[in-house]
Ligand binder design. Structure first.
Ligand code: TYD
Ligand code: MG
Length: 450
């Protein structure tokens, strides 16, 4: 690995030389005349907060409308969920405008290249690894030694760098194994010092691990500026990128992607993905509008309540929180007389999307009641409300936003909590105060299925 910059005639090294010179100026500009002197807010320049786009609007949204230069972003997720794919695609988009470095500590350069070819990342589809470096500003570094990585960052001075993954790199001065808590912490701290000093935006990949021997992203959350988790069912194609910490924007925003054989595609209209097949409405189906951060997503819930052949009836949930489901079943039994203690009960959300929020309660209750009575809920009605233990319907956050999304998708009616004042939403509203009223409204007698 190069330690010093030697001026030569090749274009690659020329870039490096310029980069190193730029870095020196950047560093000297960044120095305050009086080190450690306190400043007023007004004295601190805000020019560094000029965000830039990652090339993917779903990713920008989660980051808080774009990448903040010099920020440190942790991207966590289960192994195999698509972190490397996402970041390689992002780097490819960024390489059109910025110098970017992808440190592939887990894969060889050729492996990354194979993946890139599969993704049809055009710059990387060149015939040899060298020509990639010649043709574009996307640099690959298959390296696990942190000192070598820091040296390369120092020389190349990329605007954006990805470390994939933090568990695969190590600091040679520490005796513990790569992936241990001390290695992961020290490596991140060293990278952070480097990134803040030279204004490099760093994306660090961290695998979520069940095994305590390897430190997961949790260990690092307090160190970094932004924490994103990439999640999804490995057997379903959709992936959610969720921000759980963000020093530069709102948390709990989500970006939605779909994994295909050509990599990750953005899903700009997630409701369409989770709505299920509207033509085949069946008894026991109810539609709700979940909210992920500030983003409404229309989701179909399906319930099945059938006589049990077990001493204690079965309950199972997919996408709905188990204890919340038990609570709703108890309310239905006690307040509406549905004999659920003699019925198995199942509920699932379309695509397995996690809708563990109180606003989904009433939809769950109605889906169960509809399945029990073998009736159909009008497919153009959405249902929103939290269910209290007394059988009352409580108000829901961001109701207007949710209803507007439903109206946009062609829904006509909404069953909503009584007393929530709303502006015009374009839907016929049916306010209800109790679960029993909601069930009467949702399941009129004539909709009995054949
Ligand atoms: P990867 O990005 O390697 O996951 P991570 O870095 O989080 O461990 O993605 C792994 C999975 O994604 C892999 O099992 C195959 C799948 N995949 C696709 O379905 N299509 C694609 O185009 C690519 C590149 C991967
Ligand atoms: Mg990976």
């Amino acid at each position: 690995m190069e330690q010093t910059v030697t001026p030569t005639t090749t274009p690659t090294d020329g870039t490096r030389l310029v980069a190193a010179q730029q870095s020196k100026t950047r560093r000297s500009q960044g120095q305050d005349p009086v080190p450690n002197a306190a400043l007023t807010l007004a004295q601190i320049s805000d020019t560094n907060l000029q965000r830039f786009s990652s090339g993917y609007s779903e990713l920008d949204r989660v980051l808080g409308s774009g990448i903040v230069p010099g920020s440190l972003v942790l991207v966590g997720g289960d192994p195999g969920i698509g972190k490397s794919t996402l970041l390689l695609q992002m780097m490819n988009a960024l390489a059109h405008r910025y110098r970017v470095l992808y440190v592939c500590a887990e894969e060889s350069g050729h492996q990354v290249k194979l993946r890139a070819q599969r993704l049809e990342v055009e710059q990387l589809a060149a015939s040899s690894l060298e020509s990639i470096v010649d043709r574009a500003d996307l640099y690959l570094l298959p390296e696990t030694d942190l000192e070598a990585i820091v040296r390369e960052l120092d020389t190349l001075q990329p605007q954006v760098a990805v470390i994939d993954s933090i568990q695969a790199i190590y600091l040679p001065t520490l005796t513990s194994a790569p992936g241990s808590v001390s290695q992961v912490r020290e490596c991140t701290a060293a990278l952070m010092r480097m990134a803040k000093r030279d204004h490099i935006t760093l994306f660090i990949v961290g695998h979520v691990t069940k095994d305590g021997a390897i430190a997961g992203p949790k260990v690092l959350e307090h160190l970094v500026d932004t924490v994103l988790y990439f999640e999804g069912d490995r057997f379903a194609s959709h992936r959610l990128l969720r921000s759980v910490k963000n020093r530069f924007g709102a948390t709990h925003e989500v970006g939605v992607f779909e994994m295909s054989d050509r990599g990750l595609a953005e899903v700009l209209n997630p409701s369409a993905l989770f709505l299920g097949d509207r033509e085949e409405a069946t008894p026991g189906t109810a539609t709700i509008v979940a909210c992920e951060g500030t983003r409404p997503i229309v989701v179909e819930l399906q319930a099945l309540a059938a006589p049990t052949s077990y001493a204690s009836p079965r309950r199972s949930t997919t996408g709905v929180e188990y204890n919340r489901f038990l609570q709703i079943l108890a309310v239905l039994e006690k307040r509406l007389g549905i004999p659920l203690s003699k019925l198995d009960a199942y509920v699932s959300s379309s695509g397995g999307l996690n809708v563990s929020e109180p606003a989904a309660d009433l939809g769950v209750a109605i889906a169960v009641a509809a399945s029990f009575r073998d009736r159909m809920v009008d497919p153009l009605t959405v249902i929103l409300g939290e269910v209290g233990l007394g059988g009352q319907v409580r108000s829901v956050s961001q109701l207007e936003l949710r209803l507007k999304e439903a109206a946009k998708l062609g829904f006509k009616r909404a069953i909503i909590p009584k007393g929530q004042v709303l502006a015009e939403t374009g839907l016929e509203l049916i306010p209800v105060g109790r679960v029993a009223d909601a069930i009467v409204a949702a399941l009129p007698a004539q909709t009995r299925s054949s």
